[in-house]
Design a binder for this molecule. Structure first.
Ligand code: MRU
Length: 357
């Protein structure tokens, strides 16, 4: 099931807030509706957010093509739309990457062809995302033994991407390669992406899936029940520091303490060579209500203060390998990332691509 689709003049989003109970879709006819849906977590997961933004730009372009008379007016409108979309969620770099890609196409197209070319590029990006995930799966599955108990966090599955998933793509590919895979899923407070989304994806496909509360991971590892930790990423800095769902850093520390490999899976669009290290990554802070409430029920007293960062940064020294669509990268990540992705940084449409290494 696709979580993000462009259907005619609408962006169709699977409402991930309502899973697993209800499978419902929200149809957006205006780029601002997509922006709201991204902020409100109707659509979430770094690659899926990027695709939603790219599709939103198609709506913006078609709106502008119908109204704006000159190319300059059209591009100005698209710049405004991109700026609004960029603000919705600051940590996942895929959002910015997708907007840059679309703006590069728009700027290079003539007045008459902007809409056609923006739509074509957005559709191509969606297809490429799924293809990249399948390559990640192919490379990543080779890291897992024939019988492997994997612990994963949040949702880095089909729902979070253009299809197949990054971390879950590796799990899918490993099973396809004939390996016996069992998956432990962190529930992932505050918004429970593990319990609601990852468990939903895996159970539907018949994986042996065991849900744990986030505070059970250490105990599970000390009991010898985890062979590998496998997570996605929202942004990977030039030195290999990884921003991902809050709680990932804790898992990485636990994995190190128990001598368990810690793997990160991500497509090229998540790699940000323009960010030198994790300290330069903006971490999104979200509403206190996500912590004080579960499924609309208040679980904490009125007046309590809340700290609610959506992501944390795992330092590169805790990451055993980064699995990308171009292969498995090993430390030192400053070197391995630059070798594979410097060309990408240098061709960013902004022209300010920098390789720090
Ligand atoms: O806040 P979310 O649900 O958008 O956070 C998602 C994650 O942290 C995922 O692990 C990450 O985006 C990778 S998805 C392939």
């Amino acid at each position: 099931m696709k979580s993000v689709q462009l259907v005619g003049q609408e962006v169709r989003l699977l409402d991930q807030r309502r899973l697993p109970g209800d499978v419902t879709f929200i149809n957006c006819r205006d780029y601002r509706e997509v922006a709201r849906a991204i902020s409100d977590m109707v659509v979430r997961g770094a690659p899926a957010i990027g695709l939603a933004a790219a599709f939103a730009m198609v709506l913006a372009a078609e709106q502008a093509c119908a109204k704006a008379s000159s190319q300059a007016q059209l591009l100005a409108f698209l710049d405004t739309a991109a700026a609004e979309l960029r603000q919705t969620r600051p940590t996942a770099v895929n959002l910015n990457w997708a907007l840059e890609e679309i703006m590069a196409v728009a700027r290079s197209a003539g007045r008459e062809e902007i809409c056609v070319r923006v739509r074509a590029r957005a559709e191509e990006m969606a297809a490429q995302d799924e293809a990249m995930n399948r390559r990640i799966g192919h490379y990543g599955q080779s890291l897992l033994p024939e019988y492997c108990r994997v612990l994963t966090h949040c949702n880095a599955g089909a729902l979070a991407t253009g299809g197949y998933g990054t971390a879950l793509g590796i799990i899918r590919a490993a099973r396809q390669a004939g390996k016996k895979i069992e998956v432990f899923v962190d529930e992932t407070r505050p918004l429970l992406q593990g319990a609601r989304l990852t468990a939903w994806e895996l159970v539907q496909e018949g994986f042996a899936t065991t849900l744990i509360c986030d505070n059970m991971a250490a105990c599970l590892m000390s009991a010898g029940k985890v062979d590998a930790v496998l997570v996605g990423a929202d942004r990977i800095a030039a030195n290999g520091d990884v921003a991902n769902k809050i709680g990932t850093y804790g898992l990485a520390l636990l994995a190190q303490a128990h001598n368990i490999p810690f793997f990160v899976a991500a497509p090229a669009s998540t790699i940000d060579l323009q960010t030198r290290d994790g300290s330069d990554i903006t971490i999104e802070q979200r509403h206190p209500r996500e912590v004080t409430h579960i499924a609309g029920i208040q679980i904490a007293p009125e007046g309590v203060q809340v700290w609610n960062p959506a992501f944390d940064v795992t330092p590169n020294r805790l990451v055993t390998a980064i699995v990308t669509d171009r292969g498995v990268l090993e430390p030192p990540y400053g070197d391995s990332l630059a070798k594979e992705f410097c060309d990408q940084a240098m061709t960013y449409s902004t022209g300010v691509g920098i390789c720090w290494t």
